[in-house]
Design a protein around this ligand. Structure first.
Ligand code: SF4
Length: 304
């Protein structure tokens, strides 16, 4: 049976199988910005992105990477004494959007921390120039490096609407280059984007699994205060928990078993979330998805 208790190939299950113990993510602040925010491509950001650059749980920038990791471990030990292994996760903004010398200092400090087993870097596929690819390849020889690409959708109409500012072929090309460099690739997809049907969302999943992918994050669309999406709230359909559960199960059914499911919902900060309110009960959402898989007597959509 699966250690995580979930009826799909969850990240927890993968990590416990690999390290024989739980491994925890530490969200780090690398002091980045994003071409979608600094005026290079746009100065407004994606319509759903909060001022924290989709990294509202990260540590303050004033601390060094080592201090951020040590402080996070101290905090985690208060509720989970004895945990020993951690993933250094650069989440907020675009974490390869800086001079390569700066990135090298930052990422090397994180990956060399003795309690860090893996480096995870969230970025955009249009921010992976050759010198950054070389750096990531080099770091991957020290410890595993995961690159998390924020694709969200394959549909250009939606991509224009959310102001993503790169085309699908840029993503496809980045996946091939990352794979050729031996890196682990995780793609972020948002479920419930304005104007998208379930068929559209499943087409996105089908496209990304046709490429050499290692992991997927399925992220519920959150409407957050202070975003342009919040101004559209009366014009968009907010998924119900029932609709969301069904879509997630249909996604899981078509995702190959070797692809690790890093996430099936999301963690919006309570103080920023406008909708959907039901998503605040993350355990409730996870339990419901798992319960539905159990009722259907399936493991990730496959009959058991
Ligand atoms: S690319 Fe990422 S960090 Fe930049 S605006 Fe969009 S969601 Fe935010």
């Amino acid at each position: 049976m699966y250690e995580s208790g979930m009826r799909y190939n969850s990240l927890n299950h993968y990590l416990v199988s690999k390290y024989n113990e739980r491994v925890f993510k530490i969200a780090l602040n690398g002091g980045m910005t994003c071409p979608n925010r600094d005026g290079t491509l746009d100065d407004r950001g994606c319509i759903f992105c909060s001022r924290g650059g989709s990294g509202d749980h990260a540590a303050p920038l004033s601390e060094s990477v080592t201090s951020q990791i040590d402080n996070a471990i101290t905090t985690l030990h208060k509720t989970k004494p004895g945990i020993r292994r951690f993933i250094a996760y650069f989440q907020a903004y675009t974490n390869t959007y800086a001079p390569v010398e700066y990135l090298e200092r930052l990422f090397t400090e994180a990956i060399m921390h003795p309690d860090v087993v893996c480096l995870s870097i969230a970025t955009r596929p249009d921010c992976l120039p050759a010198e950054v690819m070389e750096l990531l390849k080099k770091l991957n020889n020290i410890k595993p490096v995961w690159v998390e690409l924020g694709l969200q959708t394959i549909h250009e109409k939606t991509a224009d609407h959310i102001r993503r500012h790169y085309t699908l072929d840029v993503y496809d090309d980045a996946v091939i280059r990352l794979k050729n460099a031996g890196l682990t690739i995780i793609t972020h997809v948002i479920i419930g984007l304005p104007g998208e049907t379930e068929t559209d969302m499943l087409k996105t999943i089908k496209h990304i699994i046709s490429l050499p992918l290692d992991g997927i994050k399925l992220q519920l669309l959150h409407v957050l205060k202070g975003t342009d999406l919040a101004d559209e709230i009366n014009d968009i359909h907010i998924l119900t928990l029932e609709e969301y559960t069904d879509i997630i199960i249909h996604c899981l059914e078509i995702i190959p078993e070797h692809v690790i499911i890093h996430r099936v919902t999301g963690d919006a900060p309570r103080k920023l979330l406008i909708a959907p309110e039901w998503s605040l009960n993350k355990h409730g959402v996870l339990n419901r998805i798992n319960h539905e898989l159990k009722v259907r007597n399936t493991w990730q959509g496959r009959l058991i």
